[in-house]
Design a protein around this ligand. Structure first.
Ligand code: ZN
Length: 352
């Protein structure tokens, strides 16, 4: 996300909160429920260069969010129960689903005890190559290359370019530039080839991030045995599905479900599209997920749920708890639906 877009979001959330507009809009934009997206839950780190900090919240913040939700008298429900309520139009009470992408190990050590204590159901979307220790967390490899070097050479559009990245400010700026340039590559293969090459040049072991940060099958099995936990599919290799051929997209979704079933004994009925923005998951992916029989599939398009989403169960929006804005007042504004309504121009459905 660009700095400008971040500023708009932050300004928007603050503005909506302090003006009280989110309360005035609530009857019109609050919807029937919401799905929250989280990634890492771990204590804060002191490093000045943390370009992926938006993907983590602290254990205290998670505990605060759970308290806020309980006090707001919304039901915390599983994905199956959300599916039932949407399908049967049971909108007597507002509901929230908690979802965690990737299957990071800090979920096991930090988040699980907090969620258990709050008796909060939650879902983990597992990319099976991560649990198999073979996945490429390319955004972390890029971070490591920039963190460990003060100058980087990279081929961009056929030209060899060199970038200085000695200071934390230069590192952040370079990460932002390269990350969004990579995200704009037309194919997922291209992104991987570029980052693999960069990692090899600068002696960064991409596979190490999986081993260090992601849960293995033993840890996932322990979580899966908890009745609070739903294990969802998140593909095998975590590609931007809209940037791979249709057959590959189908195989990624289907195979991840079979691998999880073989490893954990239960077949996932729910899916999250990797990355999940419109450039990574669109109508073709929504149709494939429905054909494959997934009960629900979630994007990262921002939004709360409305009754109309029962007709678009494989294109559900979510609300990301962004680690850069760990204030409960932001969560109140987000759950009011006001921020995402403004973001979406007051359209309730973004499934095209
Ligand atoms: Zn993911």
């Amino acid at each position: 996300m660009t700095g400008l877009r971040k500023a708009i979001i932050r300004g928007g959330l603050e503005g909506l909160y302090f003006s009280g507009v989110h309360l005035a809009l609530k009857p019109f934009v609050a919807g029937v429920g919401a799905i929250l997206t989280l990634h890492h839950v771990r204590p804060p780190r002191l490093d000045r260069f943390q370009p992926n900090r938006l993907l983590e919240v602290t254990p205290d913040f998670l505990a605060g969010v759970l308290k806020l939700l309980r006090r707001a008298d919304v039901d915390l429900v599983s994905l199956d129960e959300m599916h039932r309520r949407l399908s049967e139009r049971d909108f007597a009470r507002r509901f929230v689903c908690l979802t965690f992408d990737e299957g990071y190990r800090d979920l096991y050590s930090y988040a699980w005890p907090i969620l258990k204590a709050a008796r909060a159901p939650f879902a983990i979307y597992v990319a099976t190559s991560f649990a198999d220790r073979l996945g490429e967390l390319w955004w972390l490899a890029l971070e490591a290359v920039i963190a460990r070097n003060s100058r980087i050479a990279i081929e961009i559009d056929g030209r060899n370019e060199t970038f200085d990245c000695a200071t934390p400010a230069e590192k952040l700026a370079l990460y932002d530039e390269l990350y969004w340039w990579l995200r704009s590559r037309p194919t997922d293969d291209e992104v991987r080839a570029i980052v693999r090459n960069l990692a090899a040049c600068y002696c960064v072991d991409i596979a190490a991030f999986c081993k260090e940060l992601c849960m293995g099958w033993d840890e996932l099995a322990a979580l899966a045995a908890d009745p609070l936990v739903t294990i969802g599919a998140h593909t095998v290799n975590h590609p931007m599905l809209a940037k791979v051929p249709a057959e590959t997209a189908r195989r990624e979704m289907d195979l991840s479900r079979s691998v999880i079933e073989a490893a954990l004994g239960a077949r996932p009925a729910h899916l999250a599209y990797p990355v999940g923005d419109p450039a990574s998951a669109g109508p073709r992916e929504f149709a494939i997920a429905a054909e494959l029989g997934f009960k629900t599939a979630v994007t990262t398009r921002p939004g709360v749920l409305f009754p109309v989403h029962r007709e678009h169960l494989t294109a559900l929006p979510r609300i990301s708890l962004n680690g850069e804005y760990q204030q409960l007042r932001y969560v109140r504004v987000l759950l009011s639906g006001a921020a995402t309504a403004v973001w979406n121009g007051f359209r309730r459905l973004e499934a095209a």
